[in-house]
Design a protein around this ligand. Sequence first.
Ligand SMILES: *Cc1c(COP(=O)(O)O)cnc(C)c1O
Length: 353
Amino acid sequence: MSRFLKQSFMELEAYVPGEQPQDMEYIKLNTNESPYEPSDEVIKAVSSDEVKKLRLYSDPECKNLRDAIANRYDVKRQNVFVSNGSDDILNFAFMAFSENGVIFPEISYGFYKVFANLYGLKYSQIPLNEDFTINSSDYTDAKSMVVIANPNAPTGIALSINEIEDIVKSNPQNLVLIDEAYVDFGGESAIPLTKKYDNLLVCQTFSKSRSLAGGRLGFAIASENIINDLEKIKYSTNPYSINRLTLLAGEAAIKSDDYYMANCKKIIESRNYTIRELKNMGFTVLDSSANFIFAKKDGISGEYIYQKLRENGILVRHFTNEKIKEYNRITIGTYEQMQTFISVISSIINGGN
Ligand SMILES: *Cc1c(COP(=O)(O)O)cnc(C)c1O
């Protein structure tokens, strides 16, 4: 720490991303990326001619991309905000809509707590039910901004759209942010509700279902006033936050939606296969609507399974938080990767490997 850092940041605990090892070919099931490449349309869109144009700034209004998203989700351009990863949208929302603090689930995306601390907010982390589900009535009639990942992470469990609507409807004085990073893998999107409720902000990402984690692209849909607020923050921090190539890639990705939705279907099938096999081996697996599963086996520590998988070239995500330390979060890769995963884990629990 330098002697220049503001006092208020001295205690800040930053978010710790999953490992991105460069040293060896792992089967990478630790950061919920897609195992599939971007569509041919995306690869074509990022041509060498476009690389040559990198001397020019990108369109700060991101018109073409926002129009494509608006068209796909049946809203207007004025209802769409795009950003450098959806983490940027979370950042802006915690910065801008948190006058009265914020509440979010105790077990959820780790970044929420980081942003709450970054902005010195009053916040409360609501415990999950015993079975790791979110009790939606904990978030109705709240006194502050509400943030919920739906499906939740790292549990993978989704709330129904009716439960989301109850939360939004009961909080007219608070912004409700629904983080739908994993919605394409089995959740129901709250985007249609943004037409009915002016306190709802839905954000999604191109990082998971649309194979663009390295492109850094997220989007939000909400009432025009909320979008204008987000634009104001963007123009007060980094107006060209999305680079030219990512704008083109994102637009092409939206236009090749069928390809990505077919990939989501494949991932759901591989997820069902993996859950079935793990349950046959005596694992407890939570009910996932995401591209990952959360699993433990009684009698074997989560840490041991994580380490053993690693020694065998398979990376998964292990969290040390007391309440979930016996679990591992396993991203669903290709069917072949999951077959390898199952055979390795089977020999680990049988004392081999
Ligand atoms: C991955 C993830 C994000 C962030 O995605 P970006 O790569 O920043 O777009 C946001 N919320 C949740 C719950 C996530 O898992």
